[in-house]
Design a protein around this ligand. Structure first.
Ligand code: 13P
Length: 294
């Protein structure tokens, strides 16, 4: 099923679990993600950032392919623009057939963030898409942004922000960051702030920077109200490592087989993560219909 993020995230909000949102730039990743979701009976969100779509995963090619794959499975699959910044990128994503967009104006002052987010939410809703926004700022692990508490989401501002923008879900800053942390480092998260945000907003909340955050932290953020967890860095690492190992094992391995090895490794990682965040087994069907995705 090809759907927007709205219903699946409200289902997660009402049933206290989280859905993975996974960055994807090609067919092998899309297959790994959608097959994992189908096998786990889980909803899933496929993300692509403006940088990724310009560098490799052109959305006019990816969107119809993902839609086609999503329609072959019975679980809900959304395709979301991750960290949309420019109106041009957002308009292009909508034109290409994305089912959801994120407007990330978290680097702007509050009023400008409200203004830009309101415009995109109105546009997205008019086209039947869901809209994610960010308040506070989730920065970069290699800049140690995770420990900069002035970047964390302010609870009172968040209420006003959601009331004024009508975004469908809100990305909050509570101590994670994008990219890789130093080896062995596990971030300290502000669970109290997260609980207050959930209690005040009573809506789906999003955690960016899901890679390397630690299993215990991830289980606890879900228990405290996170309903969408973004993962990119770890998945790309798994895929790349599987390729490197396969080539080291057999330098003459066929190009197609290297891709399949990576696809299977990514699928395994995603399935484990889905179990960790409680999305597995939420969508069961008596029988499947239509062509299978294999
Ligand atoms: P990671 O770099 O931790 O995978 O975060 C990805 C992300 O939040 C994309 O929006």
């Amino acid at each position: 099923m090809y759907v927007s993020m709205k219903e699946m995230l409200w289902h997660a909000h009402e049933n206290n679990y989280a859905v993975m949102a996974i960055n994807c730039v090609n067919m092998e990743q899309a297959k790994a993600i959608i097959q994992a979701a189908a096998e786990e009976h889980s909803a899933v969100i496929i993300n692509i950032s403006p940088r990724q779509m310009k560098a490799h995963g052109h959305p006019d090619i990816l969107a119809p392919m993902i839609k086609n794959m999503a329609e072959k499975v019975q679980v809900p699959v959304a395709f979301n623009l991750d960290h949309g910044g420019d109106y041009e990128d957002i308009a292009y994503a909508i034109q290409c057939g994305f089912s959801s967009v994120m407007i990330d104006s978290s680097s702007y002052e509050f009023e400008e963030n409200v203004r830009r987010t309101s415009i995109v939410a109105t546009l997205a809703h008019a086209k039947g898409l869901s809209c994610e926004a960010e308040l506070g700022h989730v920065g970069l692990a290699n800049q140690q942004d995770n420990i900069k508490t002035d970047l964390y989401t302010n609870v009172e501002q968040a209420k006003e922000f959601v009331d004024r923008t009508h975004c469908d879900c809100l990305a909050v800053s509570i101590g994670t960051a994008h990219g890789s942390y130093p080896k062995g480092f596990v971030p300290t998260l502000d669970f109290e702030r997260l609980k207050q945000l959930k209690e005040t907003l009573k809506m789906p909340l999003v955690l960016h920077g899901g890679s390397g955050a630690g299993d215990e932290n991830i289980k606890k953020v879900v228990a405290c109200g996170i309903n969408k967890i973004n993962v990119c860095t770890d998945l790309f690492k798994y895929g790349r490592q599987a390729m490197a190992d396969a080539i080291a094992d057999n330098p003459n391995i066929d190009y197609m087989d290297v891709n399949i090895v990576a696809q299977e490794a990514m699928k395994k990682f995603i399935k484990q993560y889905m179990r960790l965040i409680g999305s597995s087994g939420r969508f069961t069907f008596e029988k499947t219909t239509g062509p299978a995705l294999d």
